[in-house]
Design a protein around this ligand. Structure first.
Ligand code: 3HC
Length: 379
C-alpha cells in the first residue's frame, strides 16, 4: 500500500506539528479534534510556523500557502477517517481516553488503514490490544517541536507486521526525518526514558543542593551542552504531558523515575508551562519564548546528579538491548538536541565521579540510583 492521505487525531502541540510536517511532505492531511476552537488554534500555529520557515528561506511563501491548504481541519471523526491510509493518534496521554478513541475507530475505519500512536510512554502492545488490527498497529513517536526535531522513534508492538514497520519507516523518511527503531516496547522508549526522569531529578536538586532553577538550567545548558535547561524544556513540553508520561511510566516500571510530588501539584494547579503562561517560569503569552540562561549562573552548580540519572537510564537501555549505542546517540542528538554524546559527557566529568555520586544518592535515597553495570564498566 502507498500512503497518500494521513489523518492526525488531536491538534495539540504534537498533533498540529505532525499534520504540518506531513503536509510539507506532500500528503493530504485531515486534522481532527473534538472542538472547532482547538482546530482554529492549531491552524493558527501552523500558519505561524510556516511563516517562520518562509522567513528563514527554508520554504517559499507560495509553498507555505500550498502546505497550509493541504491540511483540512475537521471535527467529524467519520469524515476525517473514512478515506485515509494512515491514522496517527496524538490525543492526551491517558490510557482510558485512548481506549475510547480506538473503540470509536474500530467501528468506523476500513481494515487496511494503519493505526499509529504518537504515545510518548504507553506500551504499544497494550494499545494495540484496544484495536481490531494489532498487526496493523505501530508506535511513531515525534519530538517537540515536530517541525524542527529530526527524530521519530518507531516502535513495533508484539504483533506488528514487518510490512507495517517498513511502511512507517518510509513514511518517516519521506518527512525528511530520521527513524530510530526501538527494539523493545519499554515505558518511555528511548528519549523519554532519559528526559522525563530529569524533570523530577532537577526538582530534587533544588531541595537537596539548595540552588535556583535558573542555576540548574544554566548548568545543564552550558556544562552539559543541552540546548535548553531541564525546567525550560519541561515548560516548553507542558507539565500536563510530563505528569501524564511520568504517571504512566511509573505505573509500569518503578525503576524509570523517582516521582517528585511537585510535578503533580503543578499539573493539578494548571501550571502547565508555556501553554498556560506559568510553569517553572512565567511567560508573556503562548508563543515561542526562551529563558535567559547564562554561563555565569552555570558556574554556581555542578549537575552531576542530573548527568548521573540520565547516563544511568541510558546504560539501562543499552544493557537491555532496547537500542544500540549508535541509535541511542543519534536519538539524543536528533530528539533532544544534545551536542555531546551522553557517555562522552560522563567520560569528560570522570566515570568514577559519576558512579560514586549515584552510589552516594543510592545510600541516601534508595535503589532508584543504583548504578547499572554498563555505567560502572565505562572507562
Ligand atoms: N516552527 C518553525 N520555527 C520555529 C518553531 C516551529 N514550531 N519553533 C521555534 N521556531 C523558531 C523560533 O521562533 C526561532 O526563530 P528566530 O530565530 O526567528 O527567533 C528558531 O526557530 C529557534 O531559535 P532558538 O534560538 O530558540 O533556537 P535553538 O537553536 O535553541 O533551537 C530548538 C530551538 C530546536 C527547540 C532547540 O532549543 C532544541 O532542540 N531544544 C530541545 C527540544 C527537545 O528536547 N525536544 C524534545 C522534548 S521530549 C518530547 O518532545 C517527547 C514528548 O513525548 C514528551
Amino acid at each position: 500500500m502507498t500512503i497518500k492521505n494521513v489523518t492526525i487525531l488531536g491538534s495539540g502541540i504534537m498533533g498540529h506539528g505532525i499534520a504540518q510536517v506531513s503536509a510539507m511532505a506532500g500528503y493530504k492531511v485531515f486534522l481532527r479534534d473534538i472542538e472547532q476552537k482547538f482546530l482554529d488554534k492549531a491552524m493558527e500555529k501552523i500558519k505561524w510556523s510556516l511563516q517562520k520557515l518562509a522567513e528563514k528561506n527554508k520554504i517559499t511563501s507560495d509553498k507555505a500557502e500550498t502546505f497550509y491548504s493541504n491540511i483540512i481541519p475537521m471535527v467529524d471523526l467519520q469524515a476525517a477517517t473514512n478515506n485515509t491510509d494512515l491514522i496517527i493518534e496524538a490525543v492526551p496521554e491517558d490510557f482510558k481516553l485512548k481506549e475510547k478513541v480506538y473503540g470509536e475507530l474500530n467501528n468506523l475505519v476500513k481494515k487496511e488503514t494503519i493505526f499509529a500512536s504518537n504515545t510518548s510512554t504507553l506500551p504499544i502492545t497494550e494499545l494495540s490490544q484496544l484495536t481490531n488490527r494489532p498487526e496493523n498497529f505501530i508506535g511513531v513517536h515525534f519530538f517537540n517541536p515536530p517541525q524542527l526535531m529530526k527524530l521519530v522513534e518507531v516502535i513495533p508492538g508484539k504483533e506488528t507486521n514487518e510490512i507495517i514497520v517498513k511502511e512507517l519507516t518510509n513514511y518517516v523518511k519521506s518527512l525528511n526525518k530520521s527513524p530510530v527503531i526501538c527494539n523493545k516496547d519499554v515505558p518511555g522508549f528511548i528519549v523519554n526514558r532519559i528526559f522525563i526522569p530529569l524533570v523530577h531529578e532537577a526538582l530534587y536538586a533544588l531541595e537537596r543542593d539548595k540552588v535556583s532553577k535558573d542555576m540548574v538550567d544554566s548548568a545543564v545548558k552550558f556544562k552539559l551542552d543541552f540546548p535548553m535547561g531541564i525546567f525550560e524544556l519541561a515548560d516548553y513540553t507542558g507539565l500536563d504531558v510530563i505528569y501524564k508520561a511520568s504517571y504512566e511510566m511509573n505505573l509500569r516500571d518503578k525503576k524509570v523515575l523517582l516521582m517528585h510530588p511537585k510535578v503533580k501539584e503543578m499539573y493539578d494547579g494548571m501550571e502547565l508551562g508555556q501553554k498556560s503562561g506559568r510553569g517553572f517560569y512565567e511567560y508573556k503569552g503562548e508563543n515561542y519564548e526562551r529563558i535567559k540562561l547564562t554561563p555565569e549562573k552555570a558556574t554556581q552548580y555542578e549537575p552531576s546528579s542530573i548527568l548521573g540519572v540520565a547516563a544511568n537510564n541510558a546504560a539501562w537501555l543499552i544493557e537491555n538491548n532496547v537500542c544500540t549505542l549508535e541509535d541511542l546517540n543519534n536519538a539524543l542528538k536528533l530528539g533532544m538536541g544534545l551536542k555531546t554524546e551522553i557517555f562522552e559527557l560522563v567520560k569528560k566529568q570522570s566515570p568514577i565521579k559519576i558512579v560514586n555520586r549515584l552510589k552516594d544518592l543510592e545510600g541516601r535515597y534508595g535503589d532508584f540510583y543504583h548504578p547499572h553495570k554498563y555505567l560502572e564498566d565505562l572507562k
